[in-house]
Each structure stands twice: as structure tokens, then as C-alpha cells.
Design a protein around this ligand. Structure first.
Ligand code: PEP
Length: 254
């Protein structure tokens, strides 16, 4: 039985003060649960203070990105050893905004994933098709290529560190969510793909999150699908009450 995971991707939002206030509210209202894990991904400058605030709490802190090298002449970048040194050991990779605006290709993402695994980091790896891919009936092929292109050189045991997040690009920040049936269809395809490559045990244990305009009003029906193991939440993770309601929906579905 896979435990649900609800992760908040704060993106490039919130002032420092607002980030601390949101963390404080989540800290006081989220109680550890055997049904759901919770994580938040603040911006880099806020990671260390938020890790400190959550030291005695089970909310995990994620980075939104990292570089593939350990150290070196990469102005403006942040590496896994740097993140570890401030108490972070999990990262989101492959978000569609990174692919779109920063030209992160499957090859670049493969290097990042490899570094993350080498450093024993947990990775939430995002995949998702654009609307034109779906309209052209190519959504399955796109997802297959994204997964195979960055993850299929991993060793079997590396999958203990991988969580997938299916985020159709047309549903991110648009208010247009994939229907539970559309999401379930893709999640079950992804699980079959993993099964064919790595076997049933790995396929059954890997968590596959859904992301794309998840809100308190639609979380329960998405999380009720058999292959949806929680959510990666953008906009709604910036409002404590909405994020807590989504966590509650995951708990009830779990
Ligand atoms: C995201 O960008 O990961 C995301 C799911 O955003 P939103 O929930 O705002 O659609």
C-alpha cells in the first residue's frame, strides 16, 4: 500500500515574511499521519530558515531545482551538496517550467537525476504533455519519451528515491484540471511502463503524484483514483487553508 504524498511547489512566490507565516501555520496545523506525507518547496533563500522551523516536524523541505555538478564555476546555480549542507535532501526535477523557460532537456535532466541519486536525494520527477500533444494523440508517446529519456538508465534500487509527478502542462496554473479519468489513464500507463522496464515490485511501490490545478474542491476525486498517490500542488499550496484541505483529502483517500 503506497502512502499518499502532498507536496507544495511554491515556485518564485512569497516574501520571506509570508513564507515564514505560511510555514508556521502549516507547522501548527499538520499532525503526522500514517496516511499522508507532506512536503513544501520554498525558494532557495528561504530553505535554511524553513528547515530550522520544521526541525521537530514531519513536513519535509524540498528544493525546486539543483545543478548536476557538485561544485564549480556555474554562476547562479545551487548544487546537491550545498542543499544537503542546509538540511535539504529532496528535490523537484523536470518541472515543465524548467523545461520550457530554462530549456532543460531529457539529457540535462538525466544528469541532474543521476547527481541527485548519487547524493542519496529523493527526487520528485515531473513529466507532462502540452495541449497540442494531447490534441494530436501524442500524449502517451511524449510521457514515455520523457520518462525513458531521463530515468531508464537508473539501477533498480535507485527507484527507492524516485517519485513521479504527472503534470499535464495545459492544466498547470490554468484552472483546467485533467479529469480523474484522464489522470488515472495516464497514471496507469506510467505504472505499466515502469513495470515493463523494472518489474512489478518497483512499479507497485513508486508513488505517482498528479499535478495541475489541484484545489480543495477537486482533490478528493483525483486522490480516489487507484494509481494517483497524491498531488504536486502549485497555486493552492500558497494558501494555508487550501493546502491543509488538500492534505485532508489525501488523508481521507489514503
Ligand atoms: C505545478 O506547477 O507544479 C502545479 C501543479 O501548479 P498549479 O497547482 O498551480 O496548477
Amino acid at each position: 500500500m503506497r502512502k499518499k504524498l502532498v507536496a507544495g511547489n511554491w515556485k518564485m512566490n512569497l516574501s520571506f515574511r509570508e513564507a515564514l507565516d505560511l510555514t508556521a501555520k502549516l507547522r501548527s496545523e499538520f499532525h503526522p499521519s500514517d496516511k499522508v506525507d507532506v512536503a513544501i518547496a520554498p525558494s532557495f533563500p528561504y530553505l535554511y530558515p524553513i528547515v530550522k522551523m520544521l526541525e521537530d516536524n514531519e513536513i519535509n523541505v524540498l528544493a525546486q531545482n539543483m545543478h548536476w555538478a557538485d561544485f564549480g564555476a556555474y554562476t547562479g546555480e545551487v548544487s546537491a551538496p550545498m542543499l544537503r549542507s542546509v538540511g535539504v535532501n529532496s528535490v523537484i526535477l523536470g518541472h515543465s517550467e524548467r523545461r520550457l523557460y530554462f530549456h532543460e532537456t531529457p539529457e540535462i535532466l538525466q544528469k541532474k537525476v543521476n547527481r541527485a541519486i548519487l547524493e542519496d536525494f529523493h527526487v520528485i520527477f515531473c513529466i507532462g504533455e502540452k495541449w497540442e500533444d494531447r490534441k494530436a494523440g501524442k500524449h502517451i508517446e511524449v510521457i514515455q519519451n520523457q520518462i525513458a529519456g531521463s530515468l531508464f538508465k537508473l539501477e533498480l534500487q535507485d527507484w527507492n528515491l524516485i517519485t513521479l509527478a504527472y503534470e499535464p502542462v495545459w492544466a498547470i496554473g490554468t484552472g483546467q484540471t485533467a479529469s480523474p479519468e484522464q489522470a488515472q489513464e495516464m497514471h496507469s500507463f506510467i505504472r505499466r511502463l515502469i513495470k515493463n522496464k523494472y518489474g512489478s515490485e518497483t512499479a507497485n511501490q513508486v508513488r505517482i503524484l498528479y499535478g495541475g490545478s489541484v484545489k480543495p474542491g477537486n482533490a478528493a476525486e483525483l486522490f480516489a483514483q487507484p494509481d494517483i498517490d497524491g498531488g504536486l500542488i502549485g497555486g493552492a499550496s500558497l494558501k494555508a487553508n487550501d493546502f491543509l484541505a488538500i492534505i485532508q483529502a489525501a488523508k481521507e483517500a489514503g
